[in-house]
Every structure is written in structure tokens, then in C-alpha cells.
Design a protein around this ligand. Structure first.
Ligand code: SF4
Length: 347
């Protein structure tokens, strides 16, 4: 049972509250942030520029809050999947995927245990919703993987819909990008969403990180069959909102498009996609579908993916086929399902 509250994940404002609660001087909040996010101290006792009395008071109520991963798996292609316990006493699990490449290392983060969005092509959806991660639980995935200091990119494309957990998302992004925090450039962080509009507007206004939008069909009825979110937040409205913002080299938007055989990979789809996304700076990432048990959906063959890419390029859309990693350990796009890792499966 955990009695102490974690410091990890707190913003500067949150650390100022901690300092005030313990009658520490105002500047102690920045000292705490330095120890947590720059020097990555393992325990409060190591915060040597705080007085012994303050360290003792702090340690009575708080701990640093870095928790080790519970299990790890490595794919034959080098991708690594880590399982983290979250949710305190009402224990749930999330997965994070580390993707090493030449000259870079990307960590795919989870924002929720399970997911309420019900996308038909996604294993996480089958878990249902379990828990909204705190900012600390999001940051802990970064601190908890081996060689964390060598990470170059972060993508919120793991379990959950980040915009459905917008407060924790924005807090964690502040910690990651603030000069008093981890000091990362927002250009190294991408947040993926199915398009939950009110929260998306907050993300666009309050963060400078890149955006990725899961689209998967330009047609409302077809998209609704794949993604129930289309009913509440139609893709046309999502794209209309995104068009109001400035997309330059500094901040990018991409549209993610899983290709399903015969379902959304025809010339008619390419033409409609070009109409929906034409006239502003964006890119389309085509993604191979990884088959999931009990689903009749089938991925487009590689030649059909190439053909679809060419159709979009000819219509002026910057398009790439995203490399797929970690399929053999169920770590690829749409395959995360932490319950499968646990004895007896998901509860
Ligand atoms: S694809 Fe993303 S938003 Fe949709 S159910 Fe899976 S985790 Fe949730």
C-alpha cells in the first residue's frame, strides 16, 4: 500500500504548492524541479541543496515516485515493450514501446489504461477503460525504461486516447518541454488523437507539440463503422479546426491512415482524402494493419499500399508508409493490450 505521494510529474506550480505546504522558501520549487527532472535523483535524501530539516519533512509525505517496470519483452526487430503498473490500489497496467533506430530512439507512451473509444481495429479498445494516467505515471514511463537518457523522440500513440485525459496530458507535456523541467523541444514530441474536439482545441492552444490525427477513412459512414468517435466529432469538424492553426516546419500535423484491403484503399478514397486534406501543410502516414484475433478486417497487401501512396502523392498530399515494428511481441500499432501480459490475462 502506498502512503506517500509522488513528486514526479508535478509541474512547477504543483511543486510550489508542495513547498508552501511544508513552509519551504519559494525558490525550493525550482530546486525540486532540478533534482527531479534534470538530475533525476533517486530519492529525496539526495537533494543536497535542501536543508536536512526540509528533506526530512518532504520525505515524510512524499517520495520521488519513479517506479520500475513490471515486465519487458524484446522483438526480433529490436523493439522493446515495457509493462508498468498504474492506478495505485485499483491496480491496472499500461505498456510503453521503445523503438531504437539508427541515430534515434523513440518511446511510444500510454495515456490511459485501456481506452473508452472503441475503435474496431484496436486491441486496447477490447480492454475497455480502466484508468486515466496521472502526469507522474506518464512521466514514469520515460524515466522507467532502460537508457532513458538516450531517448530522442516521444510519441503518445500507446494505450488510450490522450485527449480524453487532457489535464494529465498537458501537465506531462509541460514537464517534458519546460526549461525548468526536462527541457525537451516540443518538436520532438507527437501526440496522437482520434479527434476529441474540445480537448483537442486546448491541446492546440496550450502546447506546441506535433499532432497526429487518426483518420482511416474520408467518408463519414465508413469512418463511423471503424471509429465510434466519428458520431460525436466528425472528421470534417476536426480538420476544420486544425486548418485554423499555423502548421510550419516548427509544428507539424499528420493524418494516420490504416489501410484495409478493399475497404479504404480505392481511388475513390484517395480522391476524397485529397479533397478533405488539400490546401494546407500536412502529411499522411499510411500504416499497415496488424491483424487482431476475432476481427474480419484484413490489411491491404504491400502493392496496394504502394498504389494508394502514389495516388495520394499524385494528388499533392505528402505521403509516407510508416514502418511497422514489434509485431511478434504485440507491440505494433493497435496491438497493445496489457492484460495479455498478466498471469491469467486481463481481469
Ligand atoms: S486506436 Fe487509440 S483511441 Fe482507438 S481504441 Fe485504440 S487506443 Fe483507443
Amino acid at each position: 500500500m502506498e502512503h506517500k505521494r509522488a513528486l514526479l510529474g508535478k509541474t512547477l506550480a504543483g511543486l510550489e504548492q508542495v513547498a508552501a505546504e511544508l513552509s519551504m522558501p519559494g525558490f525550493a520549487a525550482r530546486q525540486l524541479a532540478g533534482w527531479l527532472y534534470r538530475r533525476r535523483v533517486a530519492d529525496i535524501g539526495g537533494m543536497s541543496n535542501l536543508s536536512a530539516a526540509h528533506r526530512a519533512m518532504l520525505a515524510e509525505r512524499y517520495d520521488v515516485g519513479v517506479r520500475p517496470f513490471s515486465a519487458a519483452q524484446e522483438s526480433k526487430d529490436g523493439a522493446q515493450k515495457y509493462l508498468f503498473a498504474v492506478g495505485g490500489e485499483k491496480r491496472a497496467y499500461v505498456e510503453s514501446v521503445l523503438i531504437p533506430e539508427a541515430g534515434r530512439a523513440t518511446l511510444c507512451l500510454s495515456s490511459q489504461a485501456g481506452c473508452p473509444m472503441g475503435c474496431k481495429f484496436c486491441m486496447t479498445a477490447r480492454m475497455g477503460f480502466r484508468h486515466n494516467l496521472t502526469s507522474g505515471e506518464i512521466i514514469n514511463q520515460i524515466f522507467g525504461v532502460p537508457r532513458s537518457g538516450q531517448l530522442t523522440n516521444l510519441v503518445f500513440m500507446g494505450m488510450g486516447e490522450p485527449m480524453s485525459n487532457i489535464d494529465s496530458l498537458l501537465e506531462s507535456l509541460e514537464v517534458i518541454t519546460a526549461p525548468w523541467g526536462m527541457g525537451w523541444s516540443p518538436a520532438r514530441v507527437t501526440v496522437s488523437t482520434v479527434g476529441v474536439l474540445p480537448a483537442l482545441r486546448r491541446f492546440l492552444d496550450e502546447s506546441r507539440c506535433h499532432l497526429a490525427v487518426s483518420l482511416h477513412s474520408p467518408f463519414a459512414d465508413e469512418r463511423r463503422a471503424l471509429m465510434p468517435v466519428q458520431k460525436a466529432f466528425p472528421a470534417e469538424d476536426v480538420v476544420a479546426l486544425i486548418r485554423r492553426y499555423r502548421w510550419t516546419g516548427q509544428r507539424r500535423v499528420s493524418f494516420e491512415y490504416i489501410l484495409f484491403d478493399g475497404l479504404n484503399d480505392t481511388p475513390r478514397h484517395a480522391a476524397a482524402l485529397a479533397r478533405l486534406l488539400g490546401g494546407f501543410e500536412c502529411r499522411v502516414n499510411l500504416i499497415r494493419f496488424h491483424r487482431i484475433p476475432g476481427s474480419e478486417l484484413r490489411g491491404s497487401p504491400p502493392q496496394a499500399m504502394e498504389r494508394f501512396k502514389e495516388m495520394l502523392l499524385q494528388r499533392g498530399l505528402l505521403t509516407t508508409i510508416r514502418a511497422s515494428r514489434g509485431e511478434d511481441i504485440l507491440a505494433a500499432c493497435g496491438m497493445l493490450s496489457a492484460g495479455a501480459e498478466l498471469p491469467g490475462g486481463a481481469s
